[in-house]
Structures are given as C-alpha cells and as structure tokens.
Design a protein around this ligand. Structure first.
Ligand code: NDP
Length: 248
C-alpha cells in the first residue's frame, strides 16, 4: 500500500470483474477506502477480502444499477459505511454488439439503462455529497466506441457517445464546486465484456477479430484512473484514449 489517496473514499461500479475490479484494487493499494458495487455478491466479497487483507477499508454494495433509482441508494450506502465520497468511477457497462436491423430491441434498452442512465443518476447523487465538500472526482469509463462508430456497434456507440457528452457538460458545471470529471476511453481490454453479447454471429465475429490481438489488461486502465485521480487538484485530466498497440 502507498498512501497517496489516504483519507479518500472511492466508489467503483462494476467492481466484480475486469476493469472495475482492477481499479478498485489499485485505489485501495493507494490508500483509498473503497465501496464496491455490482450484482454478484460472491465476487465483491472475494475482492473485499483481498482489500481487507492489505489493511484496506471496504464496503460491499450489491445493486442492479440498471433498475431505476439505484444511484441515490448506492451513494447513500457508501457514505453511510465509509463517511464521505471523493471519487466515483462509473465503470459498470455492457457491450451488446449487433446489427440494428433484426437486432434485439432489449439490447439497446439495457445498454442505455446501464451505460448511460445509471451513470447519470449515480453522478447526480454523488454531486449532492461532493458539492458541500467542495471537492470530488467523477471518472466515467467510455470507450473508443465513444469516439467512433462502425457497423455492429451502433447501439453501443450511441451509449458511449452519450457518456462523452454528459461528461463534458458535467465537467463545465462541476468545476465551480472544485469537482473534477475525467472520461477514459479504452480500446480492447481482455475482460468478460464479450461474454454477454446476445447476437451469436456478431459475438463469434468480434471474438475472432480480437483473438490474436495483444489486448490491454484491466490493470492498464486502472493505471489510467490512478493517474487522473492522483494529480494535484488544479489538474483536471479531461479525457484519456488508450488503445492496445495492435488495435487499428
Ligand atoms: P466486465 O464484463 O468484466 O465488467 C462489467 C462490470 O459491470 C461487472 O462488474 C458487472 O458486474 C457490472 N455490471 C453489469 N451489469 C450490471 C448491472 N445491471 N448493475 C450493476 N453492475 C453491473 O467488462 P469490462 O471490465 O470490460 O467493462 C467495464 C467498462 O469498460 C464497461 O463500461 C465497458 O463498456 C468499458 N469498456 C470495456 C472495454 C473492453 O474491451 N473490455 C473497452 C472499452 C470500454 P455484475 O455482473 O456482478 O453485476
């Protein structure tokens, strides 16, 4: 452990796997107390055990963020357990790639509910706590698909473009209260993200396309989050775009 973030409280959504898990661990390694949010309690409990083993402070919050009204509840639980809130990493997301025509409409709804609405509601709730503190940092995990779109990524790109638009507007609003906003746009990271693609043909095509690529590791994105949140308060890292070397 190093104490760069000692005394800070961070909340990470989607902390049960992939980028969120690595980010929560990295924040704890830098001394922050961490609230872990996702649906799979067993995975959160296992991570909480590791963090406690390092001498860290942690809270487990089980929530299906795609359900309405979770943002205020989750922030309330985190502040109740850990006392304040300094850093929010809005990371939970799904990437349900597929064609628009003939695709499952509920895929589009799920991506907008989780990737966009949950992120906005959680940010709103976090601001209630951060504004009186006159400090805070909201880190939103977007994607390269938040900067470009291609066939089969229309719905996912729409959700991540929304994250970019929301983040930029929020950055300009929140700076008056000394709250920073960072958007991080990873390229391909080796995680469970592709497991959830429901359109089988697209899933096979995408997994085939990335299988020989030297993908980013979740720790690479966690390192970017740590970079942003450990800068001096005058530094607002607005946007970080990170691709694997092999990605076009
Ligand atoms: P994972 O599938 O490994 O992680 C997704 C996380 O989101 C899990 O912890 C999952 O937990 C959580 N989650 C999913 N649905 C819900 C829900 N309804 N409520 C609460 N939590 C939920 O994928 P990644 O780590 O790759 O994804 C993290 C973020 O990174 C996403 O926003 C993704 O779009 C983005 N990203 C990923 C890239 C990649 O190539 N992997 C590239 C660019 C961006 P649980 O199932 O326990 O609820």
């Amino acid at each position: 452990q190093n104490g760069t973030l000692a005394g800070k409280v961070a909340l990470v959504t989607g902390a049960s796997s992939g980028i969120g898990e690595a980010t929560a661990l990295a924040l704890a390694e830098h001394g922050a107390a961490v609230a872990l949010v996702a649906r799979r309690r067993d995975r959160l409990d296992e991570l909480a055990g590791r963090i406690k083993g390092m001498g860290g402070k942690v809270a487990v919050i089980v929530s299906d963020l795609a359900q309405a009204g979770q943002g205020a509840d989750v922030v309330g639980q985190a502040v109740g357990a850990l006392g304040r809130l300094d850093i929010v990493v809005n990371n939970a997301g799904v990437m349900l790639l597929g064609p628009v025509a003939g695709g499952d409409p509920s895929d589009l709804t799920r991506m907008m509910d989780l990737n966009v609405t949950a992120l906005m509601h959680l940010s709103q709730a976090a601001l209630e706590t951060m504004k009186p503190q006159k400090s805070g940092h909201i880190v939103n995990i977007s994607s390269v698909s938040g900067r470009g779109a291609s066939s089969l990524s229309a719905g996912y790109s729409a959700s991540k473009w929304a994250v970019g638009g929301f983040s930029e507007g929020l950055r300009q609003e929140a700076k008056q209260d000394r709250i920073r906003v960072t958007v991080i746009e990873p390229g391909v990271v080796a995680t469970e993200l592709t497991d959830h693609i429901t359109h089988t043909q697209t899933k096979d095509m995408y997994e085939g396309r990335i299988k020989d690529m030297e993908m980013l590791q979740s720790e690479d994105i966690a390192a970017a989050v740590i970079y942003a949140v450990t800068q001096p308060e005058r530094v607002n890292v607005n946007e970080l775009l990170i691709r694997p070397l092999d990605q076009g």
